[in-house]
Design a protein. Structure first.
Length: 152
């Protein structure tokens, strides 16, 4: 999970840097009078916030028509959308699936261990005192045997 967060933050910072540099070019176009609009990623913090909101699905593409770098802005947008939204979220889903698999692998053993600890903690409730000298408790359960298992 740490690796995912590290990669996610690193990619956000990389794209934020690109949008920040392109915003400086757009601001030069606004100052010369070529365009009249507001750019949401003028400062570095605003560009980080802009890329983060882009990764969550907020696609504000209105300022892409300002300046001469419109094709580069659209290329950044498409690549950022693909990497942040599709690839990184699929990686997060895979990490969560792997974590769930690890937990489900040891679920039965953990349940039996907890059940045995509960029995040992409450042995005094049994009036016969059969657990007083017990060092170990062994749990048995019935397992159905299939015809294939009997043949081998």
């Amino acid at each position: 999970m740490r690796a995912f967060l590290f990669m996610f933050v690193l990619i956000i910072l990389g794209f934020a840097n690109g949008f920040y540099v392109l915003a400086k070019n757009q601001m030069a176009a606004i100052k010369t009078g070529d365009a009249d609009a507001e750019i949401p990623y003028v400062t570095y913090m605003q560009s980080i916030l802009y890329v983060y909101t882009t990764s969550t699905g907020e696609f504000n593409t209105d300022p892409y028509v300002i300046g001469e770098d419109t094709s580069l802005l659209w290329a950044f947008f498409v690549i950022a959308t693909y990497i942040l939204t599709i690839v990184m979220l699929n990686m997060l889903i895979a990490i969560m699936g792997s974590s769930y698999q690890k937990v489900s692998d040891v679920a039965v053993a953990s349940m039996l261990k907890e059940r045995m600890q509960l029995i040992m903690e409450n042995y005094f409730l049994v009036p016969s005192g059969s657990f007083r000298k017990a060092k170990y408790l062994i749990s048995f359960s019935l397992v159905q045997q299939t015809v294939e298992d009997e043949a081998s």
